[in-house]
Design a protein around this ligand. Structure first.
Ligand code: CA
Length: 232
């Protein structure tokens, strides 16, 4: 039996069945909810390891559900959205969701998101992001000295590049929106700042990634933001 328990929140029976069938085949444990109210009740009573949350529920807006759950729990939340607008995903991520899936999605996509989230969960549980030295693949960040290394080589980062890398490392596995990054790194969020963020990200990647065209560490979410991936 898989050690992870998933709370599946989805009012569409066909989609819910697809998800639970997939989870069953992979021996995940799961509970289900078909409304916002029951999602909150189930989250509180079962204390699931991961929540899959449909944003369009009949009673409570998905973003509001995230806010409520976040008031007492850090459980990873993967948002499932039929809405193609990026703004809904961005609102959900800013409210505290970790990742998103857009309907229609494949079984492989669902399983891939779960694997990414499980790695994030493992990091959270071992408190690895709180340690003095961050290690991920070849990347090592010594928080005390403010130095970053790739293998044996020190990365010569500007203060802004270091702040960006630090923020992404502290949130490994989580999709961070442009707005969130700008507020944390720049302390402001003006529309034009996203262009500056892209420039800093390009220079950071040139130093960090062996092949900046196909990045291994920092994943781009077009129109949304960036995520530091946990290298296995
Ligand atoms: Ca729905």
């Amino acid at each position: 039996m898989n050690k992870y328990q998933i709370l599946v929140v989805e009012d569409d029976t066909a989609v819910r069945n697809l998800i639970t069938t997939t989870l069953k085949a992979r021996e995940y444990r799961f509970v289900t909810a078909g409304s916002g109210e029951s999602a909150i009740t189930e989250a509180a009573s079962h204390n699931p390891d991961i929540i899959l949350l449909d944003l369009g529920l009949p009673d409570i807006d998905g973003v509001e559900i995230i806010r409520r759950i976040r008031s007492w729990s850090n459980v990873p939340i993967i948002v499932i959205s039929a809405r193609s607008e990026d703004s809904d995903k961005i609102d959900a991520l800013d409210a505290g969701a970790d990742d998103y899936l857009t309907k229609p999605f494949s079984v492989e996509e669902l399983l891939a998101r779960l694997r990414v989230t499980q790695r994030r969960l493992a990091l959270m549980q071992t408190g690895q992001t709180q340690q003095a030295v961050y290690e991920n693949g070849q990347l090592r960040i010594d928080y005390a000295s403010g130095c970053a290394y790739l293998g044996e080589e020190e990365l010569h980062l500007t203060p802004m590049e270091y702040k960006l890398l630090y923020l992404l490392a502290q949130n490994t596995g989580k999709v961070l929106t442009h707005k969130f990054i700008l507020q944390k790194v720049w302390g402001s969020c003006l529309e034009g700042d996203i262009a500056s963020l892209r420039v800093f990200m390009t220079t950071l990647r040139r130093k960090l990634e062996k092949a900046p065209g196909s990045p291994q560490y920092i994943q781009t979410h077009i129109g949304i933001g960036y995520r530091m991936l946990k290298i296995e």
